[in-house]
Design a protein around this ligand. Structure first.
Ligand code: SIN
Length: 287
């Protein structure tokens, strides 16, 4: 006798199909294998998924992250005391330093194996501002002409943390007090290459894998040539039609796919507290 099980996971996609809300699950408990499979499928399909109304404890956030995969490496930021895999993104009301993540990027793309997923839990949300914007880098790839695809497909992009965490980077020059402990390092001045166009290991879709924060050039190109082509691609990626804007509600847990998206943390909440907790899931070498 076969026993049929009704699916519990409910997925409400954004109109564009990029981004979705997932309900019907309680992430404070381990998901059963079918629910986990449905969550993974929705995440692969929509790239940025929000689980509203999940005020997870930090233990539960860690446990859910581990259901998705092993923790990723999080360099250059001091983690929470006693929680080496959790970052607290905290900005005090009187803080004048720029907010963390205020530039388009895909998390830690300068690593050999950048994280597949980032999970961000909203603890305290300001009454104004503080949205997070996402770019659908697969759709941006799809929208290029065949002629431009042929130019960029074979290229290797140079990624580095130097513009942010390097010895001459933004944080080294920071003069304003900041709650988050940023680690400026010579190691951040190094660079490596990844394919400029990567293929998603689950969906097989191609995506532009570059960002203004961490992509510093194109292998074999002069700086001027790199700037011209990357400048065009960054402007293309950030066209309105590829963007999903997440307006946070306390208790939201967001999970995004760094392999086919870029994101940007918008400010606009000076005078208000914002507290988020973040984990990452280890990815693979981009191909
Ligand atoms: C980030 O992970 O880049 C920050 C996102 C945010 O704080 O909204």
């Amino acid at each position: 006798m076969s026993v049929s099980q009704t699916r519990r996971v409910r997925v409400a996609p954004e109109a564009s199909g990029f981004g979705a809300r997932i309900t019907g699950v309680d992430l404070s408990q381990p998901l059963d294998p079918r629910d986990l499979e449905d969550v993974r499928a929705a995440w692969a399909r929509h790239a940025v998924v929000c689980f509203p109304g999940q005020p997870l404890s930090l233990d539960a956030l860690e446990a859910f992250t581990l259901q998705i995969g092993p923790f990723g490496k999080d360099p250059y930021i001091e983690p929470m005391p006693g929680r080496p895999n959790v970052l607290e993104l905290r900005r005090q009301p009187d803080e004048k330093a720029s907010n963390f993540g205020a530039g388009w990027h895909s998390d830690w793309s300068f690593l050999e194996t950048p994280p597949a997923a980032t999970l961000l839990r909203a603890q305290i949300i300001p009454p104004v501002g503080g949205d997070t914007l996402f770019v659908d880098a697969s759709r941006a790839w799809d929208a290029l002409s065949d002629a431009m695809k042929a130019v960029v497909a074979p290229l290797q992009a140079v990624h580095s943390a130097r513009q942010s965490y390097g010895t001459k980077g933004v944080f080294a020059r920071d003069t304003e007090a900041r709650t988050m402990k940023i680690i400026v390092s010579e190691e951040a001045d190094s660079s490596l290459t990844h394919p400029l166009v990567r293929t998603h290991p689950v969906t097989g879709r191609k995506a532009l894998y570059i960002s203004p924060v961490y992509t510093v050039g194109i292998e074999g190109f002069t700086p001027e040539e790199s700037q011209a082509l990357l400048g065009f691609l960054f402007a293309h990626l950030t066209r309105e039609e590829f963007i999903y804007r997440h307006r946070w509600t306390e208790g939201d847990l967001l999970m995004w796919d760094n392999r086919c998206t870029m994101h940007f943390a918008e400010g606009g909440y000076d005078g208000h507290l914002r507290v988020m907790h973040r984990t990452t899931v280890q990815g693979e070498v981009p191909v």
